[in-house]
Design a binder for this molecule. Structure first.
Ligand code: ADP
Length: 420
């Protein structure tokens, strides 16, 4: 595709002239002086042919280099590219096109399109496009069978050639739409879950306000009960909105965090002190097991406190009366990481749900009546630990036996006290 036909003609002509001149010169050999001049002419022509040959070699090298450069550009593209010549043979297929071909892209050059492309509809649209397309090309969406899967692609066809030529070369660019479609599905899934979860406390608030307005509260005690429900549901709504905003800020990379030395031990003690009343109300014992090593990490104190409180609050919520909760922390010098866990003797989580509990709005269906919640706490914890502090979060659990939620965070440079 990149060899210049004019230079080939020039070499061929010059070589032919030189050859003829040599033959003529040999024929004149017997004719004295004229032989010398004929030989000189022949030598000049041969020199010219040699020079033309050298120049063609250089051009050939440049063409090959250019071709390799263009192919390298195609290969870095994340879209599949197929270049088909006017005769329906493949000139180039980039690496991304591998899934669409029956042989490796490096081996397809020169092969007929129909022999290497698996999808019949794609073959026929590319073949049609060789008869010419509008200047702006043609774009459409198509499901293409790749192995066992059917993948949605945006296909862009562009024919390349002069108008007066009957057949054209065709460049086909195929963009995989699976990721875009998955994002669109997740977005609409999120909107429907969010509106459902936000509507629940809102309906409750509006129902109780309506009852108060209609005078349905018989006395002051009933009125106070109604106010309490409204207040609880408003708090829940507030928490849900705060969590949602924080999660989307972290996901968008807009969350600013302070990185200071955080004494994890005191963070845990503060959380236990604040959550004691809830635990006491359910007669749940809380124990702490803090290793006597430096339990400091470099991170955002408020965010990490939120993680400890969320895990502890869940342990209290999903542990029946009389249970036991242990908060443990240790630091590992070898891996420079801090390990913190909250173990409970609560309801536990079935194996098929242990990963799902970290998803937005996921709540174990049977536990909805056990405690109020937003289904956002663990997702926020995951973002704080993994996205903001490059750590890890997980859970080990046995249904009916209890759960152990754990995090591990790189300690960072905490050797010296950092300025707050
Ligand atoms: P929620 O506000 O509903 O507690 P989370 O995101 O914090 O939301 O937790 C998601 C779900 O994971 C909870 O609804 C609950 O079903 C389950 N879960 C969380 N912590 C525990 C635990 N310690 N024991 C049992 N189930 C838990």
């Amino acid at each position: 595709m990149f060899t210049d036909p004019i230079s080939i003609t020039t070499i061929a002509c010059t070589t032919a002239i030189a050859f003829i001149a040599i033959v003529v010169a040999l024929k004149w050999k017997a004719q004295g002086d004229s032989v010398i001049s004929a030989l000189q002419t022949a030598k000049l022509d041969a020199d010219e042919a040699k020079a033309a040959l050298e120049s063609a070699k250089i051009h050939g090298c440049i063409d090959r280099t250019r071709r390799r450069q263009v192919e390298a550009v195609f290969d870095v593209l994340r879209d599949s590219v197929l270049v088909i010549d006017a005769h329906g043979e493949i000139l180039h297929a980039n690496e991304c096109a591998a899934g669409l071909l029956s042989v490796a892209p490096s081996e397809v050059a020169g092969m007929p399109l129909a022999e290497v492309v698996l999808d019949h509809q794609l073959i026929s649209t590319i073949s049609d496009a060789r008869c010419g397309l509008p200047k702006e090309g043609r774009q459409y969406e198509q499901e293409i069978q790749v192995g066992d899967e059917s993948i949605a692609y945006e296909v862009h066809l562009q024919s390349v050639g002069r108008k007066d030529e009957p057949m054209h070369a065709v460049v086909t660019v195929l963009r995989d739409l699976s990721k875009e479609r998955e994002i669109a599905r997740l977005k609409s899934d999120f909107v429907s879950k969010a509106s459902h979860e936000l509507r629940t406390p809102l309906s409750s608030i509006s129902a109780y306000i309506e009852m108060l307005v209609d005078g349905d509260a018989a006395d002051e005690t009933a009125r106070q009960e109604f106010y309490a429900v409204i207040s609880t549901e408003t708090d829940r709504l507030q928490r849900m909105i705060d969590n949602l905003l924080n999660i989307s800020r972290i996901e968008a990379g807009l969350m600013h965090i302070d990185r200071d030395r955080v004494e994890f031990g005191s963070l845990i003690e503060r959380a236990v002190k604040n959550m004691k009343p809830q635990a006491r109300a359910k007669k749940i014992d809380i124990h702490t097991q803090l290793a006597s090593v430096d339990l400091a990490v470099r991170g955002d104190s408020d965010m990490l406190y939120q993680v400890v409180v969320n895990l502890l609050s869940n342990a209290i919520k999903y542990t029946p009366e009389g249970g036991r909760i242990v908060l443990a922390a240790d630091a590992e010098n070898l891996t420079h990481s801090l390990h913190f866990s909250v173990s409970d003797t609560g309801l536990g989580i079935a194996p098929d749900q242990t990963e799902k509990v970290f998803d937005k709005f996921y709540r174990v269906e049977n536990y909805r009546r056990v405690a109020h919640g937003t289904g956002l706490g663990l997702n926020l914890c995951r973002h704080i630990v993994e996205t903001l502090h490059s750590g890890q979060i997980g859970v080990d659990s046995k249904l009916g036996m209890g759960s152990k939620f754990w995090i591990s965070i790189p300690t960072g440079d905490c050797s010296a006290k950092l300025a707050a």
